[in-house]
Design a protein around this ligand. Sequence first.
Ligand SMILES: [Zn+2]
Length: 300
Amino acid sequence: MSHGSSLQNALDAFNDICNVDILSVTTSASAPQMMKTLAKCYFGAIEKDLISRYALSPRQVAILSCIRAPHAQDFLLTIPIDGLGQKMNHRQFRSVLCYRLTIPMFSEGSVCPSCNVHRMDKWGDHAVHCSSEVGVKFRHNLVRDILVDICSKVGIMVRKEAPMGFRSGDGKDLRPADLLLFNWLQGKDACLDVTGISPFAGMGAKSWAPAVALLNAVEKKKKKYASICEDNGYKFIPFAFSTFGEFDKDALDTLLRIKSISISHSNNVKSGEFIFHRVSFCIQKGVGAQLVSRLPSNFM
Ligand SMILES: [Zn+2]
């Protein structure tokens, strides 16, 4: 087959799949730019028909929706830098990909080697929900610490684990604020509460609906902390994310605000993107650690 007919075949296949004339989507003369445009057009067409063209399971449909959320895939854009904690080992990275691509990792029904109580499922839902060693708390603290680090680096006054002296309605001492951001909203200090959830931890993928798990987590936190913060002259900010990297609206707003502060200090509009990359990477690093610590040693 000559090069000429190979090219023609490729063009025909492209035009057929994308249902578009190739010359209408790119006028760029430079090869890298043209390839980027064509790839975007091609994968856009594939993605559009993914659910109707392929027989996806409810879990795959749900995950597809989760990872399409703003910044949910930013961890893939992160530059590996050890000093910033932006590195994970190959088992962690592979297990994160398995979790997102619905590739089974665990033997269904085996006992969790971490808590020794609950049963594992093959997808890793228990692994990312388990509260035992290298559990939810571990992931929570990773994200809390990275937020503190980011705030400090961009010049935002912040205190980690700030004791507020608040008490709940039934007289119990409430936990310190994960982050206390000084002079953050309308001249008030704000208590930021970090929450990570796994969307399938309850009834599994069948009862899943877009963003519901995140919303429920935020509502629960607001109910517990918002009014007590307001009564004491503080603002309350829930910072909720999911194991697939979605952010709740308040978390996105907070990151956008930090980003704009970062840009205002650097004169480079692109400098703020690293904030989303760092937090996104940190979430996946935590998820990877949770999965790996429960993986059979002969897997991957
Ligand atoms: Zn467990």
